[in-house]
Design a protein around this ligand. Structure first.
Ligand code: 5GP
Length: 345
């Protein structure tokens, strides 16, 4: 047994210190970023926020709206090839910049991934997603994906430490997804005791990735727009959101009305709900590591997107970053023991 004594930080442990700025208005701030990737030869432009590949969030309906704002949607892996065909039928080429195909690492997953990418060769992003990115099998799958889908931008995760980020980048990932246990409907920390405070994970993993010309996605734990700003400030190149995009018209599932109030179900992809839906139940050797919750219906996602992006532009003006790209350089975190005032919440 060993103990690391350095304190690791989450979003709740810091605030961003304001800095003198010459920016007059939020409208002067550009949230667009341009990336070249380590392995695949694409140049990507857009706002680097990604809807999570959960079946309640990474939906076709979500992608249609988010793409209009140049945000990416990691489409969940439970759509059939027929669903994909109908969805992509009338989409312009530019649309393919804003969707990723998600996959697990099983043989069936690999076959389906091949079928989808063969049918729709314009697809650029693949998101290889497992709960525990520390397994050898996962690294082998990333190598397989790089060898077999060489022109694609490969996102892979999840991990939380620099040495594993390096290993995945060397294995063929362009972008490594970072986050174990911070998610809004995740119970990994409760069931296993394993995890890493998200802001420290971002800072350490971004440093490792950037040293090898790779990028990272901060995945999970953003509860409010300010957390997205902290994730970018800490060095995340992309930020992935589940809960903040759940509960909208475009999110999966039906609206339930109870006592005149509308709700939508939201659940983790390792929850009992998801496993019953997609795998026929929870296998007896494992525990569910996700929650199921009902959240008040929040209307159309476009308003939430505008609110989030407005907040992020405002962060940039507070620290004098004319472009999102400059935010990390302009960020000084202060460690704190308070966050926002909750008296009326
Ligand atoms: P959120 O933005 O809701 O805080 O976090 C979203 C992320 O939580 C997802 O992108 C995914 O990485 C993670 N996640 C989704 N479902 C589950 C689950 O059932 N268990 C765990 N451990 N993590 C989950």
């Amino acid at each position: 047994m060993r103990i690391e004594n350095e304190i690791k930080l989450g979003f709740k442990d810091v605030m961003i210190r304001p800095k003198r700025s010459t920016l007059k208005s939020r409208s002067e701030v550009s949230l667009q970023r341009e990336f070249k990737f380590k392995h695949s030869n694409h140049l990507w432009k857009g706002i680097p926020i990604i809807a999570a590949n959960m079946d309640t969030v990474g939906t076709f309906e979500m992608a249609t709206v988010l793409a209009e704002h140049q945000l990416i949607t990691a489409i969940h892996k439970h759509y059939s090839i027929e669903n994909w065909r109908n969805f992509l039928a009338d989409k312009p080429d530019s649309f393919y910049n804003y969707i990723a195909v998600s996959t697990g690492t099983s043989k069936q997953d690999a076959e389906k991934l091949k079928e989808i990418t063969d049918s729709f060769p314009k697809i650029k992003f693949i998101c290889i997603d497992v709960a525990n990115g520390y397994s050898e099998h996962f690294v082998d799958f990333v190598k397989y994906a790089r060898d077999n889908f060489n022109d694609k931008i490969i996102m892979a995760g999840n991990v939380v430490t620099g040495e594993m980020v390096e290993e995945l980048l060397i294995a063929g990932a362009d972008i490594v997804k970072v986050g174990i246990g911070p998610g809004s409907v995740c119970t990994t920390r409760i069931k296993t005791g394993v995890g890493y405070p998200q802001l420290s994970a971002i800072i350490e993993c971004a440093d490792a990735a950037h040293g090898l010309s790779g990028q990272i996605i901060s995945d999970g734990g953003c509860k409010i727009p300010g957390d997205i700003a902290k994730a970018f400030g800490g060095g995340a190149d992309f930020v992935m959101l589940g809960g903040m995009l759940a509960g909208h018209t475009e999110s999966g599932g039906e609206i339930v009305t109870r006592n005149g109030e509308k709700f939508k179900a939201f659940y983790g992809m390792s929850s009992e709900t998801a496993m019953k839906k997609h795998a026929g139940g929870v296998a007896d050797y494992r525990a569910s590591e996700g929650k199921t919750v009902e959240i008040p219906y929040r209307g159309d996602v476009v308003y939430t997107v505008q609110d989030m992006l407005g907040g992020l532009r405002s962060t940039c003006t507070y620290v004098g970053a004319a472009r999102l790209k400059e935010l990390t350089k302009r960020t000084t975190f202060i460690r704190v023991q308070e966050q926002h005032n909750e008296i009326f919440s």
